[in-house]
Design a protein around this ligand. Structure first.
Ligand SMILES: Cc1cc2nc3c(=O)[nH]c(=O)nc-3n(C[C@H](O)[C@H](O)[C@H](O)COP(=O)(O)OP(=O)(O)OC[C@H]3O[C@@H](n4cnc5c(N)ncnc54)[C@H](O)[C@@H]3O)c2cc1C
Length: 432
């Protein structure tokens, strides 16, 4: 069990335990730590924060993994970060692997998130081994001629886009069991058409409304990629696909094992496996136990949503701990947002305004595709980028809110588009 930061709570401040140092956990921990009102303990099984949103870049750019894997040790000033696997959670304490005594809390924030097949997320807990795994995969991609991506959601699309941008000669196929890429009807109709056109211009083959049978053999790799030449036959149209490398981009698995080992099991939604929370993110029936991000049964599952919920809970806790009245309930994001990178040069997106403005390569590159927010996350974790790619303006900006990194409001769009007529934005004009 590794510990970084202060272990001194002699001032007997209320202890806030945060389980899970993903997008929600680090945001909540940093904000609460800064108040000085609590003793914050962030627990994660990994020794580092994985900026997994940029993991797709780490499979094509050598050592990019070093930039998305950042130790937790500089995150907190007053509290501490503990590297340990939480194995069970009770009403007033948690139990970690390798330690007999429970760790007690006054407040608990469960932010255990979700797992995803490598390279989207990674199970490795040691940072240098994790970097090696990304670099090894990069070599395998270099050697592969034919690549199959099962699943045409955001992760499958972004992965295909990165590989096709850096290796235009590779034969890449996406198989997706829906009528359109992504989730049909979640966004404006035109995004699906433009997205598909953009990918096909890069010679990525797209097979829709068909699937690859997820055999036991494939599911053995459900948290990894599949190596070695294989031939697949699609389920409906019996299309033959040969691939040297196969990626499973078929969705996330909720990290709820530690919750199942205790009384909170009854608070899991049986359909989704996620914790049921009220509009303050309090777990059903509890005042001092919260759940945010991918583990909670509220809102869409995105990093920027986890961060918004974390920010809300941090504010909420500072108030209720001082016995102040409950604040206004959390407002769910009203309009959908998607920013899909298709390699380092651009992509497509829909910004969260009423008209669902579609944006294209220029803006997506400017906002996200250049480094997929990586320098800003390094800065958030109080680390610099490697010297050769140092971008002073990016990390000298003090960023205390992941919301400000990830969320993209209509006002941001207006600022960004200053110079373009604002009335066109409001009237639904797209910027492709
Ligand atoms: C490839 C990819 C690209 C994505 N792109 C975007 C994007 O562009 N924009 C966006 O907003 N979202 C994106 N997402 C979704 C986003 O990554 C998730 O919504 C986000 O990770 C959820 O954050 P979280 O804080 O809830 O949990 P997570 O980020 O999943 O973090 C959970 C943490 O809890 C730890 N943990 C879990 N269980 C335990 C335990 N028992 N003991 C100790 N520690 C534990 C884990 O190690 C992990 O660090 C993407 C996802 C993937 C896979």
């Amino acid at each position: 069990m590794g510990i970084s930061g202060s272990q001194d709570n002699s001032g007997k401040k209320p202890v806030v335990l945060i389980v899970g140092g993903g997008y929600g956990g680090i945001q909540c921990a940093k904000l609460l730590d800064k108040t000085g009102q609590f003793f914050v303990v962030l627990i994660d099984r990994k020794s580092y924060f994985l900026h997994n949103i940029a993991s797709v870049r780490a499979v094509v750019e050598h050592d990019f993994a070093r930039k998305i894997i950042t130790p937790y040790d500089r995150l907190l000033t007053n509290g501490c970060v503990v590297q340990a696997e939480v194995i069970s959670i009770t009403d007033d304490s948690i139990q970690v692997y390798g330690r007999n005594e429970p760790i007690h809390f006054n407040y608990l924030i469960i932010a255990t998130g979700s797992s995803y097949a490598f390279p989207g997320k990674i199970a490795e807990t040691d940072s240098s081994k994790a970097v090696d795994l990304y670099n090894n995969l990069q070599e395998k991609i270099q050697q592969a001629e034919q690549i199959l991506i099962i699943g045409g959601g955001p992760v499958g699309i972004e992965l295909a886009g990165e590989i096709a941008t850096d290796y235009p000669e590779k034969d890449i196929t996406i198989v997706h069991n829906q009528m359109t890429l992504l989730q049909p009807k979640a966004f404006q109709d035109k995004i699906y058409v433009r997205l598909q056109e953009q990918l096909e211009r890069m010679k990525i083959k797209i097979i829709l409304n068909d699937g690859i049978e997820l055999s036991d053999d494939l599911l053995r790799h459900k948290l990894n990629y599949v190596e070695g030449k294989r031939t697949y036959i699609t389920e409906k149209n019996k299309i033959n696909i040969t691939a040297d490398l196969t990626f499973l981009c078929i969705g996330a698995h909720v990290n709820n094992k530690s919750i199942k080992n205790g009384p909170l099991i009854s608070k899991l939604n049986p359909q989704t496996g996620r914790l049921i929370v009220n509009n303050y993110f309090q777990v059903d029936g509890y005042e001092n136990i919260f759940a945010i991000g991918d583990i909670c049964d509220k809102e869409a599952k995105y990093g920027y949503v986890a961060a918004a919920q974390a920010e809300y809970v941090a504010k909420f806790l500072t108030l209720i701990d001082k016995k102040k009245p409950y604040p206004k309930e959390y407002q769910i994001h009203q309009y959908p947002l998607i920013l899909l990178t298709i390699g380092r040069n651009g992509g497509i997106g829909q910004i969260p305004n009423k008209s669902g403005t579609i944006i294209g390569n220029f803006l997506v590159k400017y906002i996200k595709a250049r480094d997929i927010f990586t320098s800003r996350y390094r800065s958030f974790m109080n680390y610099k980028m490697d010297s050769e790619i140092e971008n002073k303006s990016a990390y000298t900006n003090k960023i205390d809110s992941i919301q400000s990194i990830l969320s993209f409001t209509e006002q941001d769009a207006r600022n960004l588009l200053a110079g373009l007529p604002a009335q066109e934005l409001a009237s639904g004009q797209d910027f492709i």
